[in-house]
Design a binder for this molecule. Structure first.
Ligand SMILES: Nc1ncnc2c1ncn2[C@@H]1O[C@H](COP(=O)(O)OP(=O)(O)OP(=O)(O)O)[C@@H](O)[C@H]1O
Ligand SMILES: [Mg+2]
Length: 466
């Protein structure tokens, strides 16, 4: 290789490789940023070099930034798929590997390798979000709805007023009125919003959901209304939420977290039907149905200057109030049995019964997380009571059992069991739970339990564990 300038050669390779590469020093400032990185993140080398990581990307902190985490922990992070925003608000999807550069046991920097995931990243992310939110294996792909595809049939309730309201709402979905939904967390606001969209003529057009509290304040306007190239340093030509939802429905979650000046702008769009991108003088017509949600009473929000009264009236021709679960007790048992059937079907087991003591307890619980919390509790109980015909007190998750009155805490069996019987019960549960984890694989379970396969097989047979 004599005669070849290695430094120039490496420089050439680094600049032409299609993998983004950047390096930060021990102070978290960029010292290298190659061309591919610049293309992936739509930032120029000048904008980045010498800047601190947290100033280059929006909405991240020392905890969420992989570069900073790698710097602080000295541990590499491999192939992590990330969604993040550059400082101009551009949404990015990349797969990232961060490796600490260590000299004399000290981290002197971090090198990052980055591959753009683009559209694929978006799809994977939305799949991941959906899949993680249901927290259960592949059967859910069939049983749970496709993303954004809920209809009114998916909202389960026995409450007469709520049923009545849903029937009216279903009829009104066809009209283009905006909607305001009020309900505590986990009461099904998203199901209703999707059902309205899917029950309208807009169903083939986009349904875009945005949590207003999740956008950094300095980016709110550009994310809502879009930007024109050059409207501020580094700004690109990109559409905002209204343009993206054009023809369809825009769900604005936690509307009350929007600052008042933006609520005023939102009101103007709703009244006039036009938006103007930041830095542009051209008005664009948009046809968007807005569904907004709040998780506190609108009257209180108006009083506390968190929600504009005129916006409330503009949104409120259709106003939906979903009462919390503790105020519709009849739904607790009804929904529990509904989720019990669904969860058993997913596990391919026959639906167990549910003891009166468990029902009594569920009825008394305050359900701060509403239906979402109940759904998760039932999932847990079905899984933990998998070989039982009846779901009993001992299958209730610990965090809930801790809130129970003392006499209920003892399982129905525990009350009359002897010491030896309790030990056997414990052993049975241990084996059952390990077999669930290994999907019924006895060899693997015996390895985890560190007992001989034959011994495990003997116990399974003796206690008729399925
Ligand atoms: N009435 C219901 N029938 C069936 N499932 C429900 C019902 N209400 C809520 N769920 C389920 O509970 C979970 C939470 O529902 P959803 O996301 O619609 O609540 P939300 O009100 O939008 O909550 P958040 O305010 O936290 O965003 C979902 O899994 C949903 O399927
Ligand atoms: Mg929601």
């Amino acid at each position: 290789m004599s005669g070849v300038d290695k430094e120039l050669l490496f420089q050439y390779i680094l600049d032409n490789i299609d993998i983004g590469i950047s390096i930060i020093n021990k102070d978290g400032k960029f010292i290298y940023y190659n061309k591919a990185m610049s293309e992936i993140e739509e930032l120029t080398e000048e904008e980045v070099i010498g800047q601190h990581v947290l100033d280059v990307y929006s909405g991240i902190d020392g905890e969420t930034s992989t570069l900073v985490r790698c710097l602080n922990t000295k541990k590499p992070i491999h192939n992590k798929m990330e969604r993040y925003l550059n400082k101009n608000g551009k949404e990015l999807y990349s797969t990232i590997t961060d490796i600490p550069i260590i000299e004399d046991n000290e981290v002197i920097g971090v090198i990052e390798f980055c591959k753009n995931m683009g559209e694929l990243g978006k799809v994977c992310r939305s799949f991941e979000k959906w899949y993680n939110s249901i927290e259960y294996p592949m059967e859910d792909l069939i049983l749970d709805k496709e993303i954004n595809s809920h209809t009114f049939n998916d909202f389960i309730t026995k409450n007469v007023q709520l049923r009545d309201m849903l029937n009216k709402l279903e009829k009104m979905s066809a009209y283009n009125y905006n909607v305001l939904i009020y309900g505590e967390t986990g009461t099904g606001k998203e199901i209703i919003a999707q059902s309205i969209h899917n029950g309208s003529k807009r169903w083939k057009k986009p349904f875009i959901a945005q949590n207003c509290a999740a956008i950094p304040e300095n980016l709110l306007e550009s994310i809502f209304f879009g930007t024109e190239k050059g409207s501020f340093t580094g700004a690109l030509c990109r559409s905002g939420l209204f343009e993206e939802a054009n023809g369809g429905t825009l769900l604005l979650d936690e509307l009350n977290s929007l600052p008042m000046y933006l609520q005023a702008k939102l009101l103007r769009v709703l009244q006039e039907g036009y938006i103007r991108r930041l830095g542009s003088s051209v008005e664009k017509r948009v046809d968007v149905r807005v569904i907004a949600t709040v998780n506190e009473k609108p009257e209180d929000l108006i009083k506390r200057n968190r929600l504009r009264e005129d916006l409330f009236y503009r949104l409120g021709p259709i106003y939906v109030n979903i009462p919390p679960l503790r105020e519709r007790k009849e739904d607790i048992e009804y929904l529990s049995k509904y989720f019990l059937r669904r969860e058993s079907k997913k596990l391919n087991i026959s639906t167990p019964g549910i003891s009166k003591e468990v029902i009594d307890f569920l009825m008394k619980h305050s359900w701060k997380g509403n239906v979402r919390e109940l759904k998760n509790v039932i999932k847990y109980m079905v899984l933990h009571g998998v070989n039982n015909e009846i779901i009993k007190i001992e299958h209730i998750p610990c965090y809930l059992r801790d809130q129970m009155p003392e006499e209920l805490k003892l399982s129905e069996n525990e009350k009359e069991l002897t010491y030896n019987e309790k030990v056997i019960q414990f052993e049975k549960d241990l084996i059952k739970n390990t077999l669930i984890k290994t999907n019924g694989n006895i060899s693997e379970a015996s390895r985890i339990l560190k007992i001989k396969r034959q011994t495990l097989q003997y116990k399974i047979k003796k206690w008729e564990i399925q």
